[in-house]
Design a protein around this ligand. Structure first.
Ligand SMILES: NC(=O)c1ccc[n+]([C@@H]2O[C@H](COP(=O)([O-])OP(=O)(O)OC[C@H]3O[C@@H](n4cnc5c(N)ncnc54)[C@H](OP(=O)(O)O)[C@@H]3O)[C@@H](O)[C@H]2O)c1
Length: 236
């Protein structure tokens, strides 16, 4: 079994996922860089190895909407490292900007829920048994302030509902694994300069990722079942 802690990051080929993978690697973890396109995963892993000589980085194809691909990536992680300590679910889509809930193509709703909610769910279901083997786990769901029920408005309806549902999943899982030293939390990056976000004032992915690292590396008495932006609590 690998001596170093091992983190798997989804959507790690670009944007926030890539910055999170770099941050975790810098923190001394072995990192499994995953992307839905295998070549993208390999290129992203190669970039990290160049930026951080001595890092332990592995690449795997993982499409969060494809159960066989999810299963394979976690099985290969087990084969390579014999453990999984951190899951960072960053893969996400926003395909209903400017749309209204009352006139939305249901195929967009289905696709959004399949990626943003069920994708993270599929990954957590594979990760938790592996984490239980070592009585240690940290799961971070990359959510959004747009999923906050307390602040809910119209616009991007499928995206908003998917992130509110992801937050509910965080609460359910956090309670389910409360005895297993597995901490599950939701994190909002805030407005971040990635392909998903069109302009406006935004922080860099590296800056946003920094705000999430503490959840990914939290001590055993760290937060569980919470929703944070940086270290500030976001209302559900
Ligand atoms: N940027 C913001 O302001 C902001 C704010 C709040 C929350 N977020 C959340 O932050 C997370 C990361 O987004 P980002 O800002 O970094 O946007 P991004 O640059 O568009 O990155 C999205 C990532 O998700 C991947 N992805 C999409 N569908 C996937 C699938 N089926 N399987 C695996 N990977 C998939 C993309 O892969 P491909 O390259 O293959 O498309 C890409 O790597 C998302 O969950 C998003 O909702 C972002």
């Amino acid at each position: 079994m690998s001596e170093r802690r091992v983190a798997l990051v989804t959507g790690a080929n670009r944007g926030l996922g890539h910055a999170l993978a770099a941050g975790l690697s810098r923190h001394g973890l072995s990192v499994v860089v995953t992307a839905r396109d295998e070549r993208d995963a390999c290129e992203a892993a190669a970039r990290l190895r160049v930026q951080q000589p001595g890092s332990q980085v592995e690449a795997h194809q993982l499409d969060v909407t494809d159960p066989a691909s999810v299963f394979r990536a976690f099985a290969e992680t087990r084969r390579s490292f014999g453990r999984l300590d951190v899951l960072l679910s960053s893969a996400g889509i926003a395909i209903d900007r400017g749309r209204s809930a009352s006139a939305l193509d249901m195929e967009k709703v289905r696709a959004t829920l399949d990626t943003n909610l069920m994708g993270a769910w599929r990954c957590a279901a594979e990760a938790i048994p592996l984490m239980r083997e070592n009585d240690y786990g940290r799961i971070v769901h990359v959510s959004s302030g747009m999923g906050s029920l307390a602040n809910m408005t119209s616009g991007s309806p499928a995206y908003r509902v998917s992130k509110a549902a992801l937050n509910a999943l965080t609460r359910v899982l956090a309670d389910e694994v409360a005895q297993d030293n597995i901490l599950v939390n939701s994190a909002s990056p805030g407005v971040t300069a990635t392909r998903m976000n069109y302009g406006g004032e935004a922080v860099s992915p590296e800056e946003a990722a920094k705000g999430m690292m503490w959840l990914a590396t939290a001590p055993d008495d760290g937060p569980r079942g919470g929703f944070f932006q940086g270290r500030s609590v976001v209302p559900w």
